[in-house]
Write a protein that binds this ligand. Structure first.
Ligand code: P6P
Length: 337
């Protein structure tokens, strides 16, 4: 079998679906290129002067790290130039960018939402961070974008993925036909297929939640967290708690080992902290494609009709049986309350 690069894998997938004109291929290659550039900077962040804060705030009011800006610029640039996109939206920008008016580059049919560098508050601590992307196809045939192009639930995504810049740098993505993971081989500068047909174990022993928010959680979530700590040999409890504070890192570990990540609503974040369009939707698409589950606790993430670009939603995501258990607690306690 030997090494299969991302490009070889995509063109092999392409040969299975000759109708596609390959523009999707170019789009994924553009993402892969930007990821390699970000990876290079992340890896030397401790050395270059790029470390530390840029002194500006992003639309979320969060301190903007220089690497955030670097990552945002490189993904925006690569996606604009590839000529397959009509709309780009980033966590770092208040508004999305409608490319249908510009004439400098060709305009395509894909709408890309991305978080260029999630977990960036961890950069100075050398903790794994990540890029998350979600790809939709425009609904209107051509010309200016219409409301219908934005009124698409996560189930309409044509692709989604993340890059994790960690002990090794990986690109994990789905186009709706399963999930595949590629590891960057820096010696050849290629993402190589390392995790074909990734499936998330149906259960696990790890739960990821910021327990400092415990007093702000609903009774149902508090009862679930107690359940995680109870002794029960049959269900391998107590579970173990792992919270990196970097969603992509926590999510990826749960993908590989099984587990659950929760960011329920709190006083500080009454609708949850994580953003629907470029964090929850893409990871939910990947989770479901890998046999896992992603929910607000009351409904599947992928069934939420978006209302605004930076919309936040509660997120419970990971192993199928573990997410279903949280939903059960929420159902039991909501009818009780
Ligand atoms: P808290 C990082 O800011 C992030 O968006 C996710 O990557 C991470 O899981 C979460 O927020 C951490 O938030 O409130 O626990 O520090």
């Amino acid at each position: 079998m030997g090494i299969q690069t991302l490009e070889q894998f995509i063109s092999k997938q392409q040969s299975k679906f000759p109708t596609a004109k390959g523009e999707f291929t170019h789009l994924l290659q553009a993402i892969s290129l930007a990821a390699k550039m970000v990876n290079r900077e992340v890896n030397k962040a401790g050395l270059a002067d790029i470390l530390g804060k840029q002194g500006k705030q992003n639309v979320q009011g969060e301190e903007q790290q220089k690497l955030d800006v670097f990552a945002d610029q490189h993904f925006m640039d690569a996606l604009e130039k590839v000529g397959d996109c009509c709309y780009l939206a980033s966590e770092e920008h208040e508004e999305g960018i409608d490319l249908t008016h510009q004439t400098f580059y060709p305009v395509g049919k894909y709408m890309v939402y991305f978080d260029p560098l999630d977990g960036s508050s961890n950069i100075d601590a050398n903790v794994s961070i990540g890029t998350i992307f979600s790809i939709f196809k425009r609904v209107s045939p051509e010309g200016p974008l219409t409301m219908a192009d934005f009124e698409q639930t996560g189930r309409q995504q044509v692709a989604a993925g993340y890059i994790i810049y960690g002990s090794s740098t990986m690109l994990v993505y789905t186009t709706g036909k399963g999930v595949n993971g590629f590891t960057l081989d820096p010696s050849i500068g290629e993402f190589c297929l390392s995790h074909p047909n990734l499936l998330i174990p149906s259960t696990g022993r790890t739960y990821s939640v910021n327990e400092s928010n415990y007093n702000q959680f609903s009774t149902a979530i508090k009862q679930y967290l107690q359940y995680c700590k109870d002794m029960d040999k049959e269900t391998q409890r107590p579970y173990t708690s792992r919270y990196i504070g970097s969603l992509v890192a926590d999510f990826h570990r749960n993908m590989i080992q099984g587990g659950i990540y929760l960011y329920p609503d709190t006083m500080a974040y009454p609708n949850g902290k994580l953003r629907l369009m470029y964090e929850c939707n893409p990871l939910a698409f990947i989770a479901e494609q890998a046999g896992g589950r992603a929910s607000t606790g009351l409904m599947p993430i992928l069934d939420i009709m978006p209302e605004e670009l930076h919309q936040r939603v509660p997120l419970i995501i990971g192993s199928d049986k573990m997410v279903k258990m949280v939903e059960w607690f929420i159902h039991e306690y909501s009818t009780a309350e």
